[in-house]
Write a protein that binds this ligand. Structure first.
Ligand SMILES: Cc1ncc(COP(=O)(O)O)c(C=O)c1O
Length: 404
């Protein structure tokens, strides 16, 4: 049977996914992949994770193996709210819902808020799964350019003012203020206040995705947008994927109780409840002090790899290339000089040079940025990063020499 004529209008237009393409590249053997944003299991306390799994199964199988309340186990919601409190976000159980990762929370928010044709404002570039998810709800994303201090809030102010004049406001603003995916940049403190102020002034909610916020590698932490929020307009998303492991698929949303209640209704029509076993494991891991210890181990590993990547870029990439110097997270963003199309060159990089990256255009709503690329230092070893950057540097150098 062909399903082509049966798809709903909102899904018929979706023909390909960059996420799927990237995973296909990562899965190719014998390629040094600096493409995916995957955590390295070598930086996790795997034995201790095995031990908490065994303990939970031994001591509380009736809870760990069972469904749980739709918004998550109350004790676990308290645990998440309390951790947010340590970062100056005032939240209780009523503000907190546990989800199957931050991305599921984002998908639910789209389901709750988006009508076909709605506009979502993001940074440009932005996390590619966000562009894809908004499309699946027949919305579209408008990117606000960034500089080294993050999203240009002066340009955002102009867009919001234009939209008010035109009589149709964007449905929400999605941002990654800490160690942004894909650029690694951090939103400057003054812009954080300005962003929260603009959201409140124009009545547009802000979704703050803090996927990497706890992976600070240098410098001082900046305030979370949610900690600056006085009107309840900031929706805070977090995840255990980068600090515990993505295999448990657990994240959260902290927001106004009204929005949490509405999300519970959506979740009841979806997976009913989050992973009970994972919640129990993380709580046990946290209470033993292992989560804090693991975060330190991950930061240490990432810190070294980031340095190796920066040094290798300096050594091997063509003169004139610019790259970001992330204070945390997984990614560096490079901009090559001259006429390079990183998307066009990716098959050559993978097949001939056995090294992979993500072409920058995947992260722009309008697929611009042909000479940009995202490089991840989260998974590859220090040696592999050095070798991968050396291969890519040579490839781009050869290409630039050819095109003049
Ligand atoms: C900015 C950002 N948000 C969310 C996610 C996904 O988080 P989760 O695994 O909790 O769905 C990622 C990562 O892969 C990310 O880079």
């Amino acid at each position: 049977m062909s399903f082509e004529t049966l798809y709903a209008d909102r899904t018929r237009a979706i023909k390909h996914s960059d996420v799927a393409r990237i995973f296909a590249i990562i899965e190719k053997g014998d390629v040094i992949s600096l493409a995916g944003g995957l955590p390295d299991p070598n930086l996790l306390y795997v034995t201790e994770i095995q031990e908490v799994a065994a303990k939970v199964l031994r001591e509380i199988p009736e809870q760990a193996l069972q469904y749980c309340p739709t918004p998550g186990l109350t004790q676990f919601r308290e645990f998440v709210a309390q951790r947010a409190g340590e970062r100056s976000v005032l939240a209780g159980v009523e503000n907190t819902i546990i989800t199957g990762g931050a991305l599921q929370a984002f998908d639910y928010l789209c389901r709750l808020l988006l009508e076909p044709g709605d506009e979502v404002i993001t940074e440009a570039p932005t996390y590619l799964a966000i562009i894809h998810t908004v499309k699946t709800y027949s919305g579209y994303t408008t990117g606000v350019p960034m500089d080294e201090h993050g999203m240009r809030t002066d340009l955002l102010a102009q867009i919001l003012s234009d939209r008010r004049e035109a009589g149709k406001m964007p449905k929400f603003i999605y941002v990654i203020p800490n160690f942004h995916n894909p650029t690694g940049l951090t939103l400057a403190a003054e812009r954080r206040s300005e962003l929260v102020r603009l959201g409140a002034e124009y009545g547009v909610p802000i979704i703050e995705d803090d996927a990497y916020g706890e992976l600070q590698l240098e410098g001082e932490p900046q305030p979370l947008l949610k900690s600056l929020d006085e009107t309840g307009g900031v929706i805070f998303l977090g995840t255990f994927s980068k600090i515990f492991c993505p295999g448990v698929r657990l994240g959260w949303m902290i927001a106004e109780p009204e929005l949490v209640q509405k999300m519970i209704l959506v979740k009841q029509a979806n997976d009913q409840c989050p992973n009970s076993m994972g919640q129990k494991m993380i709580q046990e891991f946290g209470e033993k002090g292992l989560l804090a210890k693991q975060i330190i181990k991950i930061r240490h590993g990432l810190g070294r790899r980031r340095l190796v990547m920066q040094e290798a870029l300096q050594k091997f990439f063509p003169p004139g290339t610019q790259w970001t110097n992330p204070q945390g997270g997984y990614f560096t963003w490079a901009t090559l000089p001259g006429a390079v199309d990183t998307e066009e060159l990716l098959p050559t990089a993978v097949d001939q040079w056995r090294a992979a990256y993500v072409p920058g255009c995947c992260f722009f709503p309008d697929r611009s940025g042909p000479n940009t690329l995202r490089l991840s230092y989260s998974l590859a070893t220090e040696e592999a990063i050095q070798e991968g950057i050396s291969r890519l540097g040579e490839m781009f150098g050869n290409h630039l020499a050819q095109v003049g």
